[in-house]
Design a protein around this ligand. Sequence first.
Ligand code: DSN
Length: 419
Amino acid sequence: MGSLWKSLENTDPEVLSIVQREVAREKERINLIASENYAPVSVIEAQASVLTNKYAEGYPRRRYYPGCEIVDDAERLAVKRAKELFGSEYANVQPHSGTQANMVVYMCALSPGDLMMAMDLACGGHLSHGSHNNLAGRIYGVCHYGVNRKSECLDYDEISAIAKREKPKLIIAGGSSYPRQIDFAAFAEIARSVGAKLLVDMAHFSGLVAGKVHSDPVPHADFVSSTTHKTLRGPRGGFVLSRANYAEILDRSVFPGIQGGPFMNVIAAKAVCFKEAMTDDFSIYAKTIVENAKALCEKVISEGLRAVSGGTDTHLFLIDVRPLGITGKEAQEALSHAGIDANMNVLPYDELPPNETGGLRIGTPAVTSRGMKPGHMAYLGELISNVLKNSKSLSVIEKTKREIFELARSFPIYPDFEQ
Ligand code: DSN
């Protein structure tokens, strides 16, 4: 790994060995976890810089520490680029994660005990959208909408009826396993009709929005929250977008509301990520993510598997593995033994618990970053289908593992660093 790691090698070979083992793991396996990606070296360099040393509570030119002039430039640049990339009047790049970004919006739009309305977790929502296991679920009231049982898609008439009945103060659109495009104009109209604010959590598809291959929530939502590390391919972190009129209250909700010192190294890495996401290459990348997801989904369907809602418009899709006589957990384990990482996921109206599930979530951001194209998805889809249909067969799993190893080797993650 060269001289870059000399210090770590001298100080803590045990941790260096963990890093090296993870490098090898990522190289040798095919990653289809819909929420993961490979950050470019430029992002990793910014994140690994001495900017990690600086405390900078507050905002540029309004800090509670001296010596912030230089990190101020990093934050200003990240904010400017986020606003430019997404056409937003306001951006806050300090949230440490997508969940933190959501908490910021709740603190701004709700008082304790107020009601929020979000997609049910089993239908594709997210834990931070008011699950009883999450702090938001303890502080705020929560009601849910799901998907239509037959189409497995959002039913806007039904969502409107629930909103009219429950009268939430905040409606959340977006989640972590819904494979279809979302009609943000319809959500905005529903929110307006009941006097609610609209939050779109675009954590999963913000890279697709940046690449202009997904409907754009910014013109329709009061607030937009996101992570930076999924389809957007930046460092792990979050951000919030909004109209300028919420600037002051959102700033206060982040700091001192729910966070202390921002991670200035991560903010610099977010600036790099936003810059990369403005390029033509990134637009092509985003388009290819969706083409790959469609190609992979079509292949597994042609192999006889069932995809929730019959397909995908995004970077992910869900396979219903119940007809194969296995659970999502067993599917995840069989694929994992074969060198493929994809996570078990609850299906709409799943009768199995979240630690077993009837579904498997598959996403293409990471394999697309490695340079794979729809033609490669046909081969991958065949391997996946074969393992799922023969999940107890050691010979199928061993043979697939060898093929996956070869496939992974021919698509290096960091070609400039790999021999
Ligand atoms: N854990 C992420 C996901 O896998 O979708 C969301 O936070």
